[in-house]
Design a binder for this molecule. Structure first.
Ligand code: FE2
Ligand code: FE2
Ligand code: FE2
Length: 319
């Protein structure tokens, strides 16, 4: 029988199965990122220090717990992407609209069905893959997403017992009284979301690079904290932060210098919008918050410009 040299390498190991992991890893990468944004949007719908769940005998604030889930999901996406990059693939950022949620039950159903879907896929893949690094990753993804599912069930019980699981959530723009304030905060939040996505993606494309990737990731986490503060201010003002699909989109690029450049552009936009809208708030808290974030953004722009400068001086390639 003739060997097909495109499919077979000299040691006789078929190369074809290696193409397969990229497809499902790409799907899982997107699924994990979707879970991350979904948990964030859920967290934004839950006021701080109102609901408590018990986990391993410890009391946890529900709002905080949901933020923790989101960070775990970000890490899951990153770990999958790193293996893809290591094997010569490139994760694609193909996020679409999040499931619509009108109640806590809707959020929980969406989150739990995503977890269940991931668990099923990881179980299946575990039987198919031979690579040790990927097997260790799958074992840990299974354990952590299973823990999320358990916690989600505990959350469901708490919210049911409190009688709020089906209750309507605050309308995104509130009852209209402070709609203009909420609109400004929403604009600020969307700029944060865009810069979080780009910073995560830039840090992923830099692969195992240790000179900039960890810094980009740290800045993504910092913007996530800003986002949470803005979302909390929207809650205080009577509204609720929702994340439209188009805000999650990102133009595919191999060029992380361009991604960093985009983040600098977004941060400059933030500084301009924050400065313009700060004095126009009816509820002073919103303006004060944007003032605090403004100073942080100005500092981060200086850092990012320095990273960009160093990349121009010593160009890196995608790993
Ligand atoms: Fe996950
Ligand atoms: Fe999960
Ligand atoms: Fe920020």
């Amino acid at each position: 029988m003739e060997l097909n040299c495109e499919e077979t390498v000299q040691d006789g190991i078929s190369r074809a199965p290696e193409k397969q992991p990229f497809n499902w890893m790409q799907e899982e990468f997107i699924s994990e990122l979707t879970s991350m944004w979904l948990y964030l949007e859920f967290a934004f719908a839950v006021p701080k220090q109102v609901y408590e769940i018990t986990y391993f005998g410890q009391k946890k604030d529900l709002h905080r717990q949901l933020l923790c889930h989101a960070i775990h999901e970000m890490r899951h996406a990153e770990m999958l992407a790193r293996i893809m990059l290591k094997w010569g693939g490139k994760p694609k950022w193909q996020l679409s609209r999040l499931p619509q949620a009108e109640s806590y039950r809707d959020f929980l159903n969406a989150a739990m069905s995503n977890e269940a879907r991931n668990l099923e896929s990881y179980q299946l893949r575990d039987t198919e893959v031979g690579d040790h690094e990927l097997k260790v990753l799958l074992a840990n993804l299974l354990r952590e997403d299973n823990a999320h599912l358990q916690v989600d069930q505990a959350i469901q019980q708490v919210l049911t017992a409190q009688g709020v699981i089906d209750g309507p959530l605050p309308p995104p723009r509130g009852n209209g009284q402070f709609g203009e304030d909420i609109k400004k905060l929403e604009q600020a939040a969307w700029l944060e979301i865009k810069s979080i996505s780009r910073l995560i993606y830039a840090s992923l494309l830099l692969g195992m690079d240790q000179s900039i990737a960890p810094r980009a990731r740290a800045l993504a986490i910092e913007d996530m904290q800003h986002l949470n503060r803005i979302a909390q201010e929207i809650t205080t003002t009577g509204g609720r932060l929702t994340i439209p699909g188009e805000v999650l989109e990102l133009e595919e690029s191999d060029d992380f210098a361009k991604l960093l450049q985009d983040v600098i552009g977004l941060k400059n936009d933030k500084v301009r919008t924050y400065k313009e809208s700060k004095p126009q708030f009816n509820v002073p808290g919103g303006g004060q918050l944007l003032g605090t974030l403004l100073a942080k953004e100005e500092e981060n722009i200086v850092d990012l410009e320095a990273y960009l400068q160093s990349l121009k001086q010593y160009p890196l390639t995608v790993h």
